[in-house]
Ligand binder design. Structure first.
Ligand code: ATP
Ligand code: ZN
Length: 295
């Protein structure tokens, strides 16, 4: 029955959509949809995908129009702070993509000596909830001025003295004579769910999807690493493998002093990790991607 399909809300197009589609794809879900459709159907599991503006996702999930959703923590927390709902949606887990920062920015010609400088000033932002909460924590009485877009032009228009906005490179701020001075909120994409319990059928699908998402996230940085090494270097090498459990140590045919070491590294393996291993006597080091992992 159609009401027993788990409904997931994701951003239709924008900075969250590629990561969201990619995550669902890595979970083995193929979404069939037409080009401008607002709705997609998954073949493998009873899941429907709704394609929305990111700002609508928290309310769709809170109001039971969707069961789960993927949205930026910035948008979700702002929604929680601004709108009183009977049953707000709940965060299930952060997803590790679409990382960004909400930052306070001041005119470049200010010698910024601390947040006290903002006392009594107006701060233009699309995030009055997050900005207001942060100012309160800093014990500064400033006034957030709500702007939906083009926040960075506010000081030139004399609408506000400072701004609080999502910053990635800082180029937009720079072009408008502003510089970032403090981080107000750090954000990434997150999975949210409606508070009310799911029916047993939906709960089963939800748990299956959650397991797959967990598998994708844990295997994202994970690598399978193989190398040869002197037998007496095994302990030192094991200590230098990032995020690895006990490695597998194998005999090398025709070589008594050397062994092969195989391990799953759950944290990033960098070039300097390899250089350190080499210094410890490792040779023929191979690093392989891991596609899926299930504990
Ligand atoms: P929509 O049309 O869906 O309302 P939008 O224009 O409000 O889209 P986007 O610019 O696509 O939103 O950003 C969506 C989310 O992506 C942001 O709320 C934030 O969580 C995240 N994000 C990641 N990197 C950035 C960035 N560099 N700038 C802005 N947002 C970013
Ligand atoms: Zn939006």
């Amino acid at each position: 029955m159609s009401e027993e399909r788990l409904r997931i809300a994701i951003q239709k197009s924008g900075r969250l959509s590629e990561g969201s589609f990619e995550l669902l794809k890595q979970c083995g879900l193929k979404i069939s949809r037409g080009k401008d459709k607002l709705y997609g159907r998954v073949q493998e599991l009873p899941i429907d995908v709704l394609l929305l503006r990111d700002d609508d996702i928290p309310s769709f999930v809170a109001d039971d129009a969707c069961d789960i959703g993927i949205v930026g923590q910035n948008v979700f927390e702002e929604d929680c702070l601004q709108i009183t709902r009977e049953q707000p949606a709940e965060e299930v887990m952060p997803l590790g993509f679409a990382r960004c920062k909400l930052m306070l920015a001041a005119p470049k010609d200010w010698t910024f000596e601390g947040v006290e400088m903002l006392e009594g000033r107006r701060i233009a932002t699309s995030y009055p909830g997050l900005t207001g909460a942060w100012l309160k924590k800093q014990n500064v009485k400033a006034r957030p001025v709500m702007m939906k877009g083009s926040v960075e032009v506010a000081p030139r228009l004399k609408i506000a003295e400072a701004v609080c906005d999502i910053v990635s490179t800082g180029a937009t701020l720079d072009a408008n004579g502003m510089k970032p001075v403090a981080t107000v909120f750090e954000s990434e994409a997150t999975l949210i769910r409606r508070k009310a319990p799911f029916s047993p059928e939906k709960q089963t699908v939800f748990e299956a999807l959650l397991k797959r998402i967990n598998g994708v996230i844990t295997s994202r940085d994970a690598k399978y690493i193989m190398m040869n090494a002197p037998r007496d270097a095994v302990a030192a090498i094991t200590e230098n493998l990032p995020g690895a459990d006990a490695p597998t140590v194998l005999e090398l045919a025709g070589s008594s002093g050397k062994v092969a070491i195989h391990a799953v590294c759950r944290e990033s393996v960098f070039w300097n990790t390899l250089e350190d291993l080499k210094k410890l006597g490792a040779s023929a080091i191979l690093v392989l991607p891991i596609e899926k992992m299930m504990p």
